[in-house]
Write a protein that binds this ligand. Structure first.
Ligand code: SF4
Ligand SMILES: [Zn+2]
Ligand SMILES: [Zn+2]
Length: 312
């Protein structure tokens, strides 16, 4: 999956040096990047001829990039409809800003944007939840976001939900799962998320799967999609941030580390999916959404929040 495609770049000023050593100008890098995304879509069969595609939009560079490229695809293929879903977790001084960027982009591009918030759906914003429960912010936030995205994607009758996960994000997830002995979570990774196709889930896809963070940032920058590097204030507390820094250090010292991690993972992924395929999907006894247990993680957190708030 390494960058072996040769592009003969013109003599304009280069904006990036690829892993292969090639230096590309703005125009040729955009062309290279978009071709890489379209090739990923074809290689992994991410998008069919007729789709009602949703893009999970945070307003950050990754999700804006994926929406920008898929909207181009949609313009060329009228049977591929596109809209965006944004989740407002309720993170003061962060999400409000990225949502502004998301709204501005969708307004300018004529893309319908659906926004759902934790406050409206669960009664509490993330900032409020974190004052009640002593948990890692990203653990609880991730559970509610995945829950809401899937539920709302079904209500909106979306056929697929594209996310902005890039190659660096995937490497981090692989290593994190390895370090936490959470291999069944790795079986759910890959460019097509999940173990089985089921009506209870809207298939999540990752068109930027083979694009590095550096490539996405460069593409976002030259196409005016950059988000001023807004970063969630909870990031430094996360295990992911530690793994990200470790991988970046390794990549600097041993170039190709990230590509190798993804390549070896893709070779084992079919076996992993096969091994965990039998894990039955159950229905949550409280909310009827899909769950690995009798009660889904979102309902379990809501119960804990309710109990703790009552005690206080
Ligand atoms: S960094 Fe963590 S807390 Fe912040 S939006 Fe992402 S998952 Fe939520
Ligand atoms: Zn060029
Ligand atoms: Zn539930």
């Amino acid at each position: 999956m390494q960058d072996k495609i040769k592009i003969n770049c013109c003599s304009h000023k280069s904006v990036i040096e690829l892993y292969s050593g090639e230096k590309l100008c703005k125009l040729h890098f955009s062309e290279y990047f978009e071709n890489k995304v379209f090739r990923t879509i074809r290689q992994f069969g991410l998008i069919g001829k007729e789709e009602n595609l949703g893009v999970a939009l945070s307003g950050g560079k990754d999700s804006l990039t994926v929406l920008h490229i898929l909207s181009k695809l949609s313009k060329e293929n009228p049977n591929i409809k596109i809209s965006a879903i944004a989740i407002d977790e309720g993170i003061h001084n962060y999400r409000d800003k990225t949502l502004e960027k998301a709204k501005e982009f969708c307004n300018n591009s004529g893309i319908k944007l659906n926004i759902f918030s934790y406050k409206e759906e669960f009664g509490l914003a993330l900032d409020e939840m974190l004052k009640i429960l002593d948990v890692k912010p990203c653990s609880i936030c991730g559970v509610f976001r995945r829950y809401l995205l899937n539920k709302k994607a079904k209500e909106l009758k979306l056929t697929k939900l594209a996310t902005g996960h890039n190659l660096d994000d995937e490497c981090q997830s692989i290593i994190m799962n390895q370090m936490k002995n959470n291999i069944n979570a790795s079986a759910r990774l890959g460019p097509k998320v999940g173990l089985v196709q089921d009506d209870k889930f809207v298939q999540r896809i990752k068109p930027l799967y083979l694009c590095t963070e550096k490539e996405v940032t460069t593409y976002a920058f030259i196409n005016g999609l950059l988000d001023n590097f807004n970063e969630c204030p909870n990031v430094p507390q996360s295990f992911r941030a530690q793994v990200r820094d470790m991988l970046n250090n390794l990549e600097n010292k041993f170039p190709g580390t990230k590509y190798s991690t993804i390549n070896s993972f893709l070779q084992t992924l079919p076996l992993l999916k096969q091994q965990f395929r039998a894990d039955a999907i159950r229905i949550c006894a409280r909310c009827s959404e899909p769950s690995a247990n009798d009660v889904c993680n979102a309902c379990a957190y809501l119960e804990r929040l309710k109990n703790k708030a009552e005690i206080r």
